[in-house]
Design a protein around this ligand. Structure first.
Ligand code: AKB
Length: 319
């Protein structure tokens, strides 16, 4: 990777991946691309920024011609719960955008990182120790797009030699930018509410175990996979990766160590609950560990401590 484009750069992953890439490859070699949102000040000050719509191939091709990058981290996507509200828009952005990225990468010779998700699995996938290669029959449009995306990326690799790689991200937890409309968002929202209001109403029920990961691990995984020796990769799209698996009440107990008066209540959202119930509880990520030495650094305990420290500073004080 010498020169990199990041689509969806103002989103939850992009907001942290762009600075990490710029630190490593230099601000002038990392082009952050957003759609509508006004970018963070540092995005413009510390490197190149452009506006584009991944669903419009002409707009994307202009960026290929203008910036001449060799690698794309393609992050633009609608998350699971918003996708379910508007399946047509989800297909247009998640599949249409990916198709445009792959077609232009074939034409201009670019490598592509495309994130998949635990959402690529479905109700008849084994939920415990979910294997790397297993049944993928998701029941959400988000999942349908993720499986199709994994297959399309593999197709572009085997038929056209496009260097496509991806991971199946679990729920991602971060303090910098909020996720927008995912099923795992409770695990981020809870920290903001715990610090501001000392209470939170969770939309998933007790006992809902899901794979999760702290953002520094997620960012490192994307960079490490794109830097991995291709001769070692038996899988490409997409590797299971995980760092922790917990249910809402276990996260609550961790937060209560720092905010003893924190109160959790539950008001279940049936749509998001049924999505969560169709996803793995805990994935087997041994293929990623074996093929490119993946290893998470943050446990539930480490992540909770870091989130509380950083968020309470960000929100203007100590607890
Ligand atoms: C979502 O909940 O939609 C995402 C995901 C797990 O892909 N965070």
């Amino acid at each position: 990777m010498k020169r990199i484009l990041v689509t969806g750069a103002t989103g939850q992953i992009g907001s942290e991946l762009v600075p990490a890439l710029r630190k490593k490859y230099g601000g002038d070699n990392v082009i952050a691309a957003g759609h509508r949102k006004t970018p963070q000040k540092d995005f413009i000050e510390e490197g190149l920024y452009t506006t584009l719509d991944v669903t419009e191939i002409e707009s994307l091709e202009k960026a290929f011609q203008e910036y001449r990058f060799d690698t794309i981290f393609h992050l633009s996507s609608l998350l699971s719960a918003v996708a379910e509200e508007n399946p047509q828009a989800a297909w247009k952005v998640n599949m249409g955008g990916l198709y445009n990225v792959l077609e232009l990468s074939r034409k201009y010779g670019c490598a592509v990182f495309s994130p998949s998700s635990i959402g690529a699995f479905g109700p008849n996938t084994p939920r415990n120790n979910t294997p790397q290669d297993t049944i993928q029959r998701p029941s959400t449009i988000y999942g349908v797009c993720k499986v199709s995306g994994e297959l399309l990326c593999d197709y572009y690799f085997t038929h056209y030699g496009v260097d496509t790689r991806g991971v199946r991200y679990p729920g991602l937890i971060s303090y910098k930018t909020l996720p927008g409309g995912g099923t795992t968002d409770y695990a981020v929202d809870i920290f903001f509410r715990a610090i501001q209001e000392k209470s939170y109403t969770c939309f998933l029920q007790k006992g809902t175990y899901l794979d999760m990961m702290y953002m520094p691990d997620a960012v490192r995984a994307a960079i490490e996979l794109m830097e991995a020796d291709p001769s070692q990769l038996k899988h490409r799209n997409a590797f299971n990766i995980t760092a922790m698996s917990f249910a809402p009440e276990e996260l609550t107990a961790q937060i209560q160590k720092y905010i003893p008066g924190f109160l959790m209540s539950y008001q279940v959202d049936p749509v998001r609950q049924s999505i969560a119930d169709s996803w793995p509880r805990h994935m087997d990520d041994s293929a990623a560990r074996d093929e490119w030495s993946w290893k998470p650094q943050y446990s539930l305990e480490d992540m909770t401590k870091d989130m509380i420290d950083r968020l309470s500073k960000k929100m203007g004080g100590t607890l």
